[in-house]
Each structure stands twice: as structure tokens, then as C-alpha cells.
Design a protein around this ligand. Sequence first.
Ligand code: NAP
Length: 172
Amino acid sequence: MLPELPEVAVSIVGLMGSQERSEHDHLLASCVMRSNYEGPANILALLANQFEERGHGTLVGLSSVAGERGRATNYIYGSAKAGFTAFLSGLRNRLAKRGVHVVTVLPGYVATKMTEGMNLPAGLTAQPNEVAEAIVLAVKRKKDVIYVRRFWYLIMLIIKLIPERLFKGLRL
Ligand SMILES: NC(=O)c1ccc[n+]([C@@H]2O[C@H](COP(=O)([O-])OP(=O)(O)OC[C@H]3O[C@@H](n4cnc5c(N)ncnc54)[C@H](OP(=O)(O)O)[C@@H]3O)[C@@H](O)[C@H]2O)c1
């Protein structure tokens, strides 16, 4: 129980883990799944009930474009984010008429500890302050789902449109 209920709560918890190691270690896979879905969802669920009772507030969940399609190279993380995205969507629909707003953030690549040492394309990689600014704007404008760099919307649209029989031959 918090001493004072905030107006806005942002869930940033997330763990990339190692896809390769997770494929052979179910405890590690479970840790990635729980850190990206079960944990954040349960904490937001607690806050959601309190916000609902109060009748106002905004909940923000940091999910990922990785949750939009299962890819061979990160489907453990991606599947947990898919669950979290669906949870946020359901929560938003439940609370829409109760004065509580829910924002889903799909950041694309961000230069943080999580992506340290990865060779990411500069044009597709946001800085943490950019993500923070996008979140503030989304809360103010009552956005439902945001991509931090809009180009990611297009990328994911294309990725989602690739037929599965072709997709399974790609190493994405
Ligand atoms: N960086 C990206 O490219 C990227 C892209 C898409 C989405 N995201 C999402 O954006 C959010 C922020 O990530 P970030 O890039 O800022 O990564 P980060 O620097 O690694 O931050 C992740 C945070 O989650 C916490 N965390 C991880 N597992 C936890 C657990 N089991 N219990 C409690 N806390 C836990 C970490 O705590 P500790 O510091 O104590 O480890 C850390 O504060 C995450 O949800 C991530 O999935 C990031």
C-alpha cells in the first residue's frame, strides 16, 4: 500500500535475458517471462483497482514491438511482451468508462543498459529522454498505444504482413 496514490504510474520493468540460454534453461526462460509479463501485470493490476476506486489516474506500461510477432531470435522475451501488451489492452478497455486511462508504450530500440554492446542502427534507436518525453505527451494527450519513433509502426506493419510460410525461413 502506497502512502499516497500517484496520479500517474509507469511500469518500466523488463528483462531481455538471453534467448539462446533460455531455450535450454526453463528457469531462466521463466524468469524472463515473469519479469516481462506476470510481475508488471500484477503490480499494475493492484494499482488499477485503487485508481478505479478513486476514479482517475493513468497507468503506463513499457511493452515492446518484440511482442507484435514471435521471432526466432527473441521469442521468449517477445511472447512475454505480447502477453503484457494484451493485458494492457484489456485493462484499458475495462477502465475506459471508470476515469482511468492506460497507455501502452512500444519503444523500438532504446540506448540503455538493456541494449548495451549491441550494434543498433542509430536512426531506429531512441535515447531514454526521448522515451520519457513521448510518455509525458502520451499521458497528456490520452494516447492508447504509442511507438516512440513512428518509423517503428511501419516496420512492424511490414513484419506483421509477411506470411508465416515465408517468415519462418527468415532469420530475424
Ligand atoms: N532498451 C530497449 O531497446 C527496449 C526496447 C523495447 C522495450 N524496452 C522496455 O523498456 C523498459 C525499460 O527497459 P530499459 O531499456 O530501460 O532496460 P534496463 O535499463 O535494463 O531497465 C529494466 C528495469 O527493469 C528492472 N527489472 C528487470 N527484471 C526485474 C525483476 N525481475 N524484478 C524487478 N525489477 C526488474 C531492472 O532492475 P535492475 O536495474 O535492478 O536490474 C531495471 O530497473 C523494459 O520494460 C524493456 O523491456 C526496452
